[in-house]
Design a protein around this ligand. Structure first.
Ligand code: ARG
Length: 466
């Protein structure tokens, strides 16, 4: 980035003195908003086309502007563009260079437009592109979860409540719970996109314009869903950024929960998963270590995205209408969120695809926690024993088995009958872990028929997505 040029600012008509150097670097947003150069160029081309169609500039001028803007794009993409700090931001840098290239038509481009509606448009286009990317990544992640669930319909593991062993579930059911979270995230992102894809161009500084603009044309050219309803709202609304970061916060919260499980499962005391080499690291001192750093880092990065959300909410809370320069601070939290959410989703999909599940270790864990106790209580209740009594009887049987260091299924029928005369030989089928899972065929339950239906529904959903 270059500094030190001493020519008049684009807005410098009424100024006679120079900006203080420290103020110039303090107010400059190029360090982050240059990332919106493509959106700025697309927005300006759409504006120029509309100006020509409305008879405000000539077709030749529009053509010159379009060619000039494409030349600017080429210079930026080839790295030859001279970004100038004294020109403040991406918008002024592009307009200035455009005018150097095309002359007078460049000076007409800003007719009926303010940087206030220009920056709002550019940022909306940028946020929309990012949300599209998240939606694609979310679909990819759901696809991997569904695929892994399909492979593990008969792998059983302890389902927990209070992080204590509760009831056996299939690994498929466990993974599909996350598939549901990420599907909701996907739908939430798509829903937010409808509000992001609104063109604010034509609101100008805040009050609209006297030029005969057609905001609908600009929106149509850019493939946006509609135009602003109120010019003051159009230039000062940042809900669309906040919604994006909120969606990102939920995505990270869901990813972080999954990371937490992977970290726990990778601990050799659990040994439920083997981390793929490509997604883990070693220790510089302890040769035996294989650490879940990727999952830990993702869990940690969740905090920074929440921070972005709180920054933005705080940024906006005290602002009177309409545009305030404070709002230049809206970009970095969103960019930080995007730079966290997009790779986190892709990395989680890659890590899950290669995660090795240890079915034997999961199975062994079933035995440790009396996961079939509810089966015994339900069995007695089905035989007419009031459930509270059945619960009590089962608790006593658990304490007895625990004292012997065995599972309920390892007790003899005679031992079990000491707790209730209603217990018969068929109890052993009831205590069987596979049966405990298989009998839960309530829709959405962990039973294989229900899991099949869940997978079918998600596969059908994935196939309808673009
Ligand atoms: N760089 C500014 C931003 O990001 C552009 C808008 C400046 N508008 C103005 N009237 N100073 O918000």
């Amino acid at each position: 980035m270059s500094t030190g040029k001493k020519e008049k600012k684009l807005w410098g008509g009424r100024f006679s003195g120079d900006t203080a150097p420290l103020v110039e670097s303090y107010t400059c947003s190029l360090g982050f908003d240059s990332r919106m150069y493509a959106q700025d160029i697309d927005g300006s081309k759409a504006h120029a086309a509309m100006l020509a169609r409305q008879g405000i500039i000539s077709d030749a001028e529009r053509e010159a502007l379009h060619q000039g803007l494409e030349q600017v794009r080429g210079e930026i993409e080839s790295g030859t563009f001279d970004w100038r700090q004294d020109l403040e931001d991406v918008h002024m840098n592009i307009e200035h260079r455009l005018t150097e290239i095309v002359g007078t038509p460049g000076q007409k481009l800003h007719t009926g437009r303010s940087r206030n509606d220009q920056v709002a448009l550019d940022f909306r286009l940028f946020v929309a592109a990012c949300l599209e990317e998240w939606a694609g990544n979310l679909r990819g992640l759901v696809g991997v979860l569904v695929q892994r669930a399909g492979e593990h319909q008969d792998s059983l593991l302890p389902g927990c409540t209070h992080f204590q062993p509760a009831q056996p579930v299939s690994l498929a059911q466990h993974l599909l719970a996350y598939a549901q979270m990420f599907r909701r995230d996907h739908d939430r992102v798509r829903d937010a996109l409808a509000r992001v894809r609104v063109s604010p161009l034509g609101a100008a500084a805040l009050a609209g314009t006297t030029h005969p603009l057609d905001p609908g044309q600009v929106a149509a050219t850019l493939g946006l869903g509609g135009t602003f309803a109120n010019s003051m709202d159009a230039v000062s609304d940042r809900d669309f950024v906040l919604e994006g970061v909120f969606c990102g916060s939920l995505v990270m919260m869901h990813l972080s929960r999954l990371c937490e499980e992977i970290i726990i499962w990778a601990n050799p005391q659990f040994g439920f998963v083997r981390l793929p080499d490509a997604y883990s690291t070693g220790s510089s001192i302890m040769p035996q270590k294989k650490n879940p750093d990727v999952a830990e880092l993702m869990r940690g990065k969740t905090g920074r995205v929440y921070g972005d959300l709180v920054s933005l909410l705080t940024l906006m809370k005290g602002l009177p209408l309409a545009y305030n320069r404070d709002m230049q601070e809206d970009k970095e939290p969103f960019l930080d969120t995007h730079d966290t959410v997009a790779p986190s989703l892709a990395i989680m999909a890659g890590m899950l695809a290669e995660l090795g599940f240890n079915r034997e270790r999961m199975r062994l864990a079933l035995k440790a926690g009396f996961l079939n106790a509810t089966e015994l209580a339900d069995y007695l209740a089905a035989k007419g024993v009031p459930f509270r009594q059945a619960h009590h009887i089962t608790g006593a049987a658990v304490a007895f088995a625990e004292g012997r260091g065995v599972g309920l299924e390892d007790l003899s029928l005679a031992d079990l009958q000491r707790f209730s005369g209603d217990i018969g030989e068929e109890v052993f089928a009831v205590l069987d872990y596979e049966n405990a899972v298989a009998r839960r065929h309530v829709p959405g339950g962990t039973g294989p028929a229900s899991v099949d239906r869940q997978i079918e529904t998600l596969v059908a959903w994935l196939s309808t997505q673009p």
